[in-house]
Design a protein around this ligand. Sequence first.
Ligand SMILES: Nc1ncnc2c1ncn2[C@@H]1O[C@H](COP(=O)(O)OP(=O)(O)OP(=O)(O)O)[C@@H](O)[C@H]1O
Ligand SMILES: [Mg+2]
Length: 268
Amino acid sequence: MSRHLIEIKSVTHSYVTQTGTLPVLQGLDISVAEGGFAAVIGPSGCGKSTLTRLIAGLMKPNSGEVWLHGEIVTSPRSSVGMAFQNPVLLEWRSILKNVLLPIEIVPKKMTRSEAEDRARHLLSLVGLAGFEDKRPSELSGGMRQRASLCRALIHQPEVLILDEPFGALDAFTREDLWQIMHRLREEEPFTGVLITHDLRESIFLADEVFVLSGRPAHTQYRLKVPLSKPRQIEQLYRPDVIEILATLRHQIEIAQGRATGRSESMVT
Ligand SMILES: Nc1ncnc2c1ncn2[C@@H]1O[C@H](COP(=O)(O)OP(=O)(O)OP(=O)(O)O)[C@@H](O)[C@H]1O
Ligand SMILES: [Mg+2]
């Protein structure tokens, strides 16, 4: 847990659009320890999804560096798994075959039958045993999201990037998925980056929370989450945790330009 698996060093990035250049990230620094889990929160449109594309190697920053496992990222990596708000599952494939899809695309570390055993195991870990042969439309939104987590993890990625994966789900389903995330991480530790708008989610899942400023975004505030593991939903009702949530909310308001106050601080 000591060295950093992901390092975003002074990353600056702009998009060139028909109407001009849009600076999105400006001198962004974020690092995540091996086996650690970071949450990134910030105003809408500040550049969070852009950050995920840079970590995954889908784009290169204009300046600065993205390091993954001691190497500068310049192209897409198979060691990265991704899951998004609206899981795109292929309707003509069963849930099992959807989970197996990355194995058909990225270089294989395992045989087909090992992959199938692994897919079944992951599906049972997330409570989807018995649904392997169903089609995506036969599952609820929460179940589809659980299947997409299995798909993101099937090829044993070192890094899992989650871009608002639980945003479209109701509060209780979301809390179930938080518990499932912890279960998955206990089973096979991976390094995680979670983009979210849900402050409770950031605290519940992450070891460290990064608040991005408004665009062009830099790291405005960092918070080491002081919750022990295993995490319980009840911890979120502790007075000190409610105070932390208020601090994060205030930082978001600063980032949105709706409040003034101290930023660039860190609570440990
Ligand atoms: N491919 C692109 N070309 C041009 N502009 C883009 C592109 N992708 C994103 N943008 C712009 O860059 C800014 C940052 O977008 P991004 O999707 O990274 O924000 P975000 O923080 O993920 O927002 P949200 O919280 O709403 O998901 C936005 O103003 C967006 O319009
Ligand atoms: Mg986004």
